[in-house]
Design a protein around this ligand. Sequence first.
Ligand SMILES: [Zn+2]
Length: 97
Amino acid sequence: MGGSADKGQREGVGALELMLELSRAKLEDFWLTERGRWRPGWRDSQRTATLSCPTCGQVASLSGHAIDEVGTVTPSVVCPRGNCEFHDFVLLVGWAD
Ligand SMILES: [Zn+2]
């Protein structure tokens, strides 16, 4: 372990202040090869998004999450990859565009 000073500092702060802002993927990056990006999608006629984990690059659907009009994802996002510890509140930058 070690090197977790940053994480410890962030705990106990208001959730809105530690939102992780993810940029929308470029159109040509359909498979989200770049880490920490998202792209829009649809599921059951509802607008949703797919993102790539900022830590390991695992691509995951947000169809089980709610996304508000400005791109705030609730609840927080947990990476589906077992050995990845990514868990954060996410804001999809550009969602409203
Ligand atoms: Zn991950």
